[in-house]
Design a protein around this ligand. Structure first.
Ligand SMILES: Cc1cc2nc3c(=O)[nH]c(=O)nc-3n(C[C@H](O)[C@H](O)[C@H](O)COP(=O)(O)OP(=O)(O)OC[C@H]3O[C@@H](n4cnc5c(N)ncnc54)[C@H](O)[C@@H]3O)c2cc1C
Length: 471
């Protein structure tokens, strides 16, 4: 039998099969450098046909495959294990926008196109592709689909699942399913694409997608407000939804524990308030007629909120550059936390009505369990999605803090579930939350998930060890 690497090289070209440790280093670890794997090879196919050929070969040889896009995932889903046998299948060379259908408001795009490139292509055609997140310059459409990515515009446009009409998928044995139907109504049996969206590479390889496009708003206004409490933020969200309807396109929250992190690691970014407030809300209003309408709506909401004390201070961006400065604060929090030292991430969602009570209780529990630890939470309050991150006490031992991760996870996640929330909102389970998830799902739900895995990947070669435990 031909050597596996030689066979792969024959399929995709010598330059696109990496085997040297230095060449593979960036593919063998994740964005946070939390997981370090060792692939047998990194394969970079350039077309769906090449993906299919690689998958058929891997299937014949019984070799496991780890799909990978921009490798910005935060749950270790795209990192191979440490045993040197798995293939990393990097999709970044599948980078074509295949077709924009303006009359249908749809785009067909390959999996390796970055989210930024897709947004730019939509803009070039006079349309909006609304998914937006801080890693958009590097993350790919395939990764966005595989994790059912969310971001800052979910409140108005939905997450990746809601933006997707059709998929092209290569199955574990190398067959190509062309499900690229760009239809808003299609009830022809089970909706298979929904199984692949959010499956984190554990069922098949997504190679292309048919996605929805939207009319871009004529004007967008950004405001940042200081608030006395999270309860006030939820009240403001409720009022803003009622007053603004679909014009409310983002509602992000930033706790005051994030402010010193930004000041320390990104001093060029200026926090707009001189006084220390418990939290800030970053709100965006869009209007399809023009700026005057957006400004009127925003001022009405802010005026009402200030009258009743829900908002105590606020700035409205007067230019695109001011708006970018406010958004930059929100977008640099993750990185600032990473630079600040060890921290334990929680990507949770809750009904908006329970968010304030959850945070109040969870902060007390964390303070009791880990005195001196800082809780820096922020996120997409409009979707009930918080990144509730616990930072090591300053000067503490990193290894000792890391060892406490299971205990802190358990404490926070038990609380999330007690408040009817989810322990995995938008970053996926990967290997980080796989076992935690198993703890909270019913036996029946886990059995149904295993049945889907068994049906679509009977040999268990797709991204083993991610999402659900191998049987
Ligand atoms: C600074 C920062 C901010 C972020 N903010 C957000 C946010 O606001 N919202 C959010 O949802 N996420 C966010 N993320 C997480 C991450 O960017 C998203 O999960 C993104 O969708 C991952 O895309 P990727 O191409 O990098 O995927 P990767 O990291 O390469 O892979 C992620 C998962 O998808 C699978 N996968 C990748 N491509 C394919 C494919 N073609 N077919 C099948 N499976 C595949 C992988 O196996 C893995 O399980 C953020 C990350 C960073 C670093």
């Amino acid at each position: 039998m031909t050597d596996l690497v030689a066979a792969l090289r024959a399929l995709v070209g010598d330059a696109h099969v990496l085997t040297l440790p230095d060449d593979m280093a960036a593919y063998n670890t994740d964005w946070r450098r939390k997981y370090l794997g060792r692939a047998r090879a990194v394969v970079r196919p350039g077309s769906t046909a090449e993906v299919a050929a690689v998958m058929a070969l891997a299937h014949d040889r019984g070799v496991a495959v780890v799909p990978q896009g921009g490798n910005t995932g935060l749950s270790g889903g795209a990192t191979p294990d440490a045993y040197g046998q798995q293939l990393v299948l990097n999709l970044c060379r599948l980078n074509r926008i295949r077709h924009i259908d303006a009359a249908n408001d749809t785009v067909v795009v390959e999996a390796g196109v970055t989210l930024q490139a897709l947004q730019d292509a939509a803009r070039g055609a006079g349309r909006l592709f609304p998914l937006s997140l801080a890693a958009q310059g590097s993350c790919t459409v395939g990764g966005n689909l595989a994790t059912n990515a969310g971001g800052t515009a979910v409140l108005r446009y939905g997450n990746m699942r809601e933006l997707t009409l059709g998929l092209e998928v290569v199955t574990p044995d190398g067959q190509v399913w062309n499900g690229l139907r760009a239809l808003r109504k299609d009830n022809t049996g089970y909706d298979l694409k929904q199984l692949y969206i959010g499956s984190e590479g554990s069922l098949g390889v997504i190679t292309a997608a048919a996605l929805k496009l939207f009319a871009p708003p004529r004007a967008t206004l950004t405001a940042m407000m200081a608030l006395p409490s999270l309860t006030d933020a939820v009240t403001l969200l409720t009022q803003a939804r009622l007053e603004l309807g679909p014009a409310l396109t983002a509602f992000e929250v930033i706790s005051n524990a994030c402010v010193p992190l930004l000041a320390r690691h990104f001093p060029a970014l200026r926090w707009p308030f001189a006084t220390n407030h418990p939290l800030a809300v970053l709100l965006e209003v869009s209007d399809h007629h023009g700026e005057a309408g957006a400004r009127d709506a925003l001022e009405r909401v802010l005026g009402l909120a200030m009258d009743v004390g829900t908002v105590v201070d606020g700035v409205v961006a007067e230019s695109l550059s001011q708006s970018r400065q406010l958004w930059a604060l929100r977008e640099h929090i993750s990185e600032a936390q990473g630079l600040d030292g060890p921290h334990i991430k929680h990507d949770i969602s809750l009904p908006a009505s329970h968010v304030a009570a959850f945070v109040g209780d969870a902060e007390v529990l964390v303070a009791r369990a880990a005195p001196g630890a800082r809780v820096a939470w922020f996120g997409h309050l409009g979707d009930g999605n918080l990144h509730f991150n616990v930072l090591a006490p300053p000067g503490s031992n990193a290894a000792a803090f890391a060892e406490r991760q299971p205990e802190i996870n358990r404490l926070v996640h038990d609380q999330v579930v007690a408040f009817q929330g989810s322990i995995s909102a938008e970053h996926g389970l990967g290997q980080l939350r796989r076992d935690e998830n198993a703890r909270y799902k019913s036996e029946l739900e886990l059995a149904l998930m295993q049945a889907v895995k068994q049906a679509l990947d009977p040999l268990g070669l797709m991204n083993p060890g991610k999402v659900i435990s191998p049987q």
